[in-house]
Design a protein around this ligand. Structure first.
Ligand code: DX5
Ligand code: ZN
Length: 222
């Protein structure tokens, strides 16, 4: 397997200087930008919607993590906003299979030859068994290592065991993404569990030195 990569979460970014910071992150080899979309209903906080995802013009791939109710009705808007990866919570809809099927029929707004990478996200309290009937309907599993709601929370230790079991379940049929509570200190061990994508929000956008942080985080993965 190739080395994992980081997906940088914009939630705690400085939006006034975000453009130049993203260019710097790009030059440092970052390829994925993680958008935490929260609707104030599926989880407490309200963050951003599709217009914000669309408005952020970047060459980075848009990795959109939907923490919203009724995701089916919003898919079109996020696809039109240029999403490359769309991850939907298993807990956010009665019809997760339908949502993933619908996503599978959509094409990338920037390249009609490409589909959308379909992600399914699991809260820390959700058993891995929910994935079994969905085999073939996702390309990525996002293992949330905190409860959804805020950046800067503490990594829940039992996630490690879940990621190991997840790898046994999906083998090489899906990418594994670990999201929440990733720090300089634990990113190396999370990579060794078999994660392909590691989301890093406040550990990169800490209000101080995003570039240096990104370098340290990516350096830990090599
Ligand atoms: C949690 C979000 C995460 C989180 C990551 O609801 O899905 O993406 O904001 O932020 P850090 O890396 O600060 O935990
Ligand atoms: Zn996220």
């Amino acid at each position: 397997a190739s080395a994992p990569q980081i997906s940088v979460g914009v939630l705690t970014a400085d939006w006034l200087t975000l453009g130049s910071q993203l260019e710097i992150l790009e030059s440092a080899g970052v390829e994925l930008l993680h958008f935490d979309v929260m609707d104030g209903m599926f989880c407490p906080m309200l963050t951003m919607g599709a217009p914000v995802v669309a408005g952020l013009k970047t060459r980075l791939l848009k990795d959109v993590h939907l923490m919203i109710e009724d995701p089916l009705s919003k898919l079109d808007a996020f696809v039109a906003a240029g999403a490359d990866i769309i991850t939907v919570h298993a807990e956010s809809t009665r019809h997760i299979h339908r949502v993933l099927q619908a996503l599978g029929k959509m094409t990338n707004a920037n390249d009609s030859n490409r589909g959308i990478v379909r992600g399914i996200a699991l809260n820390p309290g959700t058993p891995l068994e929910v994935l079994e009937p969905l085999a073939g309907e996702f390309e990525l599993v996002l293992m949330l290592a905190v409860n959804p709601g805020w950046g800067g929370q503490k990594f829940i230790a039992s996630t490690c065991d879940r990621v190991k079991r997840l790898r046994e379940i999906v083998r090489d049929t899906a990418l594994i993404c670990v999201d929440g509570g990733v720090t300089r200190d634990n990113i190396g061990s999370i990579a060794r569990l078999g994660a392909d994508i590691i989301v890093t929000g406040s550990a990169v956008f800490d209000g101080k030195a995003p570039l240096e942080n990104a370098r340290v985080m990516t350096g830990a993965l090599r």
